[in-house]
Design a protein around this ligand. Structure first.
Ligand SMILES: C[S@@+](CC[C@H](N)C(=O)[O-])C[C@H]1O[C@@H](n2cnc3c(N)ncnc32)[C@H](O)[C@@H]1O
Length: 359
């Protein structure tokens, strides 16, 4: 592949070998090619490319992931198989002309969606179709927004930013007894959904942080849309902003595992490093009598990725006292997979914590 042609993917490496194909390529043959390490450069009808991709996916999904001997083994196997399938499916690629134009019959206009996901037009480029479909889906979500009943408003997620599609944890933050906070921090704000909720619940000033520039831009956008710019400040930061607050909220990545791509860092936290640092540093960020609210699912424990009691041990090590715990059960996903049985039992908790010396 000519190297002046840009490779657009946030997840998959540039393929070394391309095979040009069109409307007569069948899914079985396409799978044989991609399994041999080839990428298929599609020059047929755009709609046929989508159908081909769907047929390839169906074939790959036909074989269920066999469970491991332990929940953790099942989890690692599930991740490995999912990553392998994604690697194969992302080898069906399209050419983009200048201005993110697709010059194929029945191709949609993808220019705005691509600019939002990849930035300014890089000129001629190649993109995996599967990834492009994700980019288009994210663009639609951003335009339409996700209704958040607890806010009575829509939140507009940007590409690559953790979206509040699971309302359960937002509701926990809406329902927890309000500690009369006038200042609040929202650490790892994502779309800014919890920062907005804290402002709506009564915090006169909220400082929201995220380590991801995409999330910072997204949270600023949502803050503006909700008319909260005067009360919420969004900053790019590793965990805490400077100073202290009466209430510090954090919904950190909840699975102690290595992210496969930078965009997965909202979910995976290797060795619970973000969680541990949050707990160790939060006391020093609270005003006297202040509260920290940690929102965390117990899926890691159910999967055997974190020992039972390890979390409360972390609280004790960080000299944090549990004031209360509010629980909710996330609504099960529609799509069943080898982890569904663990997800069905998952509980998300809001831990109300205070600095041990302030109780
Ligand atoms: C599970 S998402 C929660 C997003 C949002 N608060 C919500 O509840 O919808 C975790 C967020 O933490 C951010 N994050 C991860 N590590 C961070 C760090 N060291 N400092 C600040 N933010 C971090 C991620 O970028 C992501 O936006």
């Amino acid at each position: 592949m000519a190297h002046h042609v840009h490779w657009l993917s946030n997840r998959h490496p540039r393929p070394a070998h391309l095979v040009v194909a069109g409307d007569d390529l069948r899914a079985d043959r396409a799978l044989t090619l991609v399994r041999r390490g080839r990428a298929v450069l599609w020059r047929g009808d755009y709609r046929n490319a989508r159908q081909l991709l769907a047929a390839m996916r169906r074939r790959l999904d036909r074989r269920p992931v066999p469970p491991g001997d332990t929940p953790a083994e099942t989890f690692h196997r599930h991740r490995a198989v999912t990553a392998d399938r994604a690697r194969l499916l992302n080898r069906l690629v399209l050419e983009l002309g200048p201005g993110y134009r697709i010059d194929l019959p029945h191709a949609p206009d993808v220019s705005l969606a691509c600019r939002q996901a990849y930035g300014p037009d890089p000129g001629p480029a190649l993109v995996p179709l599967a990834e492009l479909l994700g980019v288009l889906g994210a663009h639609q979500w951003r335009a339409r927004g996700v209704l958040v009943p607890a806010l009575d408003a829509t939140i507009h997620p940007h590409y690559g930013v953790f979206a509040p599609t699971r309302q359960d944890y937002v509701q926990l933050v809406a329902d927890a007894p309000w500690p009369g906070a006038t200042t609040a921090f929202d650490v790892g704000t994502g779309t800014g959904v919890l920062a907005a909720l804290l402002a709506r619940r009564g915090a006169g000033r909220v400082v929201a942080t995220d380590i991801e520039p995409r999330a910072v831009a997204c949270a600023r956008d949502n803050t503006r849309r909700l008319g909260l710019t005067g009360r919420i400040e969004v900053r790019l930061a590793d965990l805490f902003p400077a100073g202290r607050a009466d209430l510090v909220v954090c919904n950190p990545p909840w699975l102690p595992a290595t992210p496969a791509a930078p965009l997965d860092a909202a979910v995976y936290d290797p060795e619970s490093r973000v969680l541990r640092r949050f707990l160790h540093e939060v006391s020093a960020r609270l005003t006297p009598g202040g509260e920290a609210w940690l929102v965390l699912s117990d899926l890691a424990e159910r999967l055997g990725l974190r020992r039972r009691g390890e979390l409360t041990g972390m609280f004790a090590d960080a000299r944090l006292t549990v004031v209360d715990r509010l629980d909710t059960r996330p609504r099960p996903r529609r799509r069943a997979d080898s982890l569904s049985v663990y997800r069905a039992a998952e509980i998300t908790s809001l831990w109300r914590l205070s600095a041990a010396s302030s109780v």
